[in-house]
Design a binder for this molecule. Structure first.
Ligand SMILES: Cc1cc2nc3c(=O)[nH]c(=O)nc-3n(C[C@H](O)[C@H](O)[C@H](O)COP(=O)(O)O)c2cc1C
Length: 318
């Protein structure tokens, strides 16, 4: 997730059991120009491995150069984003816009495969309308994930993650499990189902509804990175423990320290939104969130923790 899954958060996700983590999506053009922000997005700690670099773009020369550079950086794989609905991305004909132009996407994926030895995977959505203006979408009016997979047939793509929503749905609304099942039927390799997983219980349901080989969890890990460990325990042993204050507090402290270590104290501005999520489960959440979005220093983080302990009477022993 752009703006969320930086190296500090990915390290936290790993300690809580994530099997594979992805960088924030990064523009191939920005990598090509070695833009500072783009290069920072591609930094990772060895403890995160396996890490997959996710890129998006359209311009072939920049795309090839970005793929080549990523191939030298120690990533476990390269993922191409064909799912992003952000206006600035779609306007440039990249991200989910390429579901409308699968032949062009095929060319980009082909270029990636020719220019790296890394496994190349893709992130897609279930569909996009052919015409932005068309109001009542039926099958004939949309490009589907299955059309896309069919157009890329024969390319040795390593895996595909399907966000089970259409472009028009954005990030809300029901996940189309049937479409993910169709992708599973048509795609030769592993299919990962994504969308709307906010509890461990949702994972076995999603796997059986979609027949997918695995799942991708995005917002469900934000503020509750233990979801990975809980999910694994649920799948393996049929149950899991909820997270107590001691674990939550340690996660907040570890996460804040990692942010400072990688970005300096100024990185804590970005950490505010994580902190607000971490404290959102408490009865007096709005007060804690207000405090969370004002922190500037590690001392402010400690202050918030003390405040939580005082106001809610939670302590080390809880
Ligand atoms: C703030 C935010 C940033 C995102 N950035 C990316 C991104 O960089 N790359 C990507 O593939 N998906 C991105 N997504 C989409 C998520 O990966 C995921 O497909 C979507 O949120 C649905 O999954 P969820 O319901 O588990 O959150 C982003 C979503 C959000 C909310």
């Amino acid at each position: 997730m752009e703006g969320v899954t930086d190296t500090a958060f990915r390290q936290i996700a790993k300690t809580w059991g994530a099997d594979v983590v992805y960088t924030e999506f990064t523009a191939a053009e920005a990598i090509f120009h070695r833009a500072r922000r783009a290069m920072e997005r591609l930094e990772f700690n060895p403890s995160e491995r396996p890490v997959i670099a996710q890129i998006f773009g359209r311009e072939p020369e920049a795309f090839v150069q970005a793929v080549k550079l990523i191939g030298q950086m120690g990533f476990a794989g390269l993922d191409i984003n064909f799912g992003c609905p952000a206006r600035k991305v779609v306007a440039k004909g990249a991200g989910v816009a390429l579901l409308r132009d699968p032949q062009y996407a095929r060319r980009l994926v082909g270029l990636a495969l020719e220019n790296t030895t890394l496994p190349v995977s893709m992130k897609i959505r279930t569909s996009i309308r052919k015409e932005r203006q068309s109001l009542d979408a039926n099958q004939a009016d949309v490009h589907t994930a299955v059309d896309f997979i069919a157009a890329l047939h024969g390319l040795p793509v390593a895996a595909v993650m399907v966000h089970g929503r259409s472009y028009e749905q954005g990030h809300h609304g029901e996940v189309d499990a049937a479409m993910i099942r169709q992708v599973k039927k048509h795609f030769h390799g592993p299919v990962l189902a994504n969308g709307g997983i906010f509890t461990p219980e949702r994972v076995p349901q999603m796997l059986s509804e979609t027949m997918a080989d695995g799942v991708g969890i995005a917002r469900g890990a934000w503020g509750q990175p233990w979801i990975f460990q809980q999910t694994k325990r649920l799948l393996k042993a049929g149950g899991y423990e909820s997270v107590d204050w001691r674990n939550l507090k340690q996660t907040i402290i570890d996460h804040a320290r990692l942010v400072v270590k990688t970005r300096g104290e100024r990185g804590l501005i970005e950490f505010r939104k994580h902190l607000a999520k971490y404290v959102s489960g408490f009865p007096r959440a709005s007060e804690f969130r207000n405090q969370a979005v004002r922190i500037n220093t590690l001392a402010d983080v400690d202050e918030l923790i003390k405040n939580i302990e005082k106001q809610t009477a939670v302590s080390e022993s809880d």
